[in-house]
Design a protein around this ligand. Structure first.
Ligand SMILES: [Zn+2]
Length: 304
């Protein structure tokens, strides 16, 4: 009987000795533990990430904090791409009047279906554009390009004409103030009729399922006017790279605006905590290419 108690008593005595030893005055003080890093790609802690996502809708913040390691590895993939694909251009953030994309390529000459012969896009997006068009054709879907790069001067002319014809209030509800159109970036496409009917076409259904694989994202989804500043535009697709569309789908409720606002607000923090040595072009720039615009450009309306 007593033999079965022996080992227990011995173990208890050992434990007591250990406890006494750890309480002894000469025991070395415990080192303060450094906050745990969430990813090998960034020197960021849970507390940092909580602060960086505080302005996001609760659903998005929760998704990011639930899988911070996955989120940051997807962020690292974004930082390897050129930063120009993640510039926030909206009613509150305008491109400079002299911004012109480098190397524009004529789409008709590239063999694409166009509604006008003078349509051009940024050369760097053409490999993805051509791959997307060819895959659509394999699936018996023809993608018609109706509007692509639009210069600041052209947008200024359109806007001034609207003001002249209908007054500023109506113009602001129907036309983008020059500098605030994604089309000036040269990586944005309006497909088909540029009208609501496009949402019921095979081309739209195909884009909705496949465009993200080629880095294209629909900028103005249905029911998000208060977030994007524009009504539903099923025809308007903007290139943010496949790394961008992946993180948009996985963590930003599949809303491009939330992703681009997050990157705009946190780009310096992300870059300064990035541990890799392969930052994409432009990410090191201290200043943004866009500048905040006044409240005059903040009214909602179709962007086209
Ligand atoms: Zn458009």
């Amino acid at each position: 009987m007593s033999s079965s108690h022996l080992p227990t008593r011995t173990a208890a005595a050992g434990l007591l000795l250990l406890l006494l030893a750890s309480c002894a005055p000469h025991a070395a003080p415990k080192k303060a533990q450094a906050p745990k890093l969430l990813s090998p790609s960034f020197s960021l802690t849970t507390s940092d990430l909580r602060g960086m996502t505080a302005a996001m809708p609760a659903k998005i913040q929760q998704a990011i904090l639930a899988e911070p390691g996955v989120f940051l590895s997807e962020m690292a993939a974004i930082l390897k791409e050129p930063s120009i694909y993640f510039v926030l251009v909206d009613k509150q953030h305008a491109l400079p009047s002299d911004y012109i994309p480098p190397e524009l390529v004529n789409l008709k000459e590239a063999g694409l279906s166009v509604s006008r012969s003078d349509l051009v896009l940024r050369k760097s997006v053409m490999p993805e554009v051509l791959a997307m068009v060819h895959k659509a054709l394999e699936d018996h879907v023809l993608l018609l390009f109706s509007s692509t790069y639009r210069s600041y001067a052209y947008q200024k002319w359109v806007y001034a004409r609207e003001v002249q014809l209908y007054g500023k209030k109506v113009a602001d509800s129907e036309s983008a103030v020059p500098g605030t159109s994604q089309h000036q970036l040269g990586d944005t496409i309006d497909f088909g009729c540029i009208c609501n009917r496009f949402a019921s076409t095979a081309a739209y259904r195909w884009l909705k399922d496949h465009a993200w694989l080629y880095g294209f994202s629909m900028t103005y989804p249905e029911g998000l006017e208060s977030v994007t500043g524009y009504r539903y535009e099923p025809w308007h697709w903007h290139y943010i790279t496949p790394a961008g569309t992946t993180v948009q789908r996985d963590f930003f409720d599949d809303v491009q605006q939330y992703l681009l606002v997050f990157l705009y607000d946190n780009r310096k923090e992300l870059v300064s905590h990035y541990l890799g040595n392969d930052l994409g072009r432009g990410w090191q720039a201290a200043s943004e290419i866009v500048t905040p615009v006044g409240a005059a450009g903040a009214s909602a309306g179709p962007a086209q």
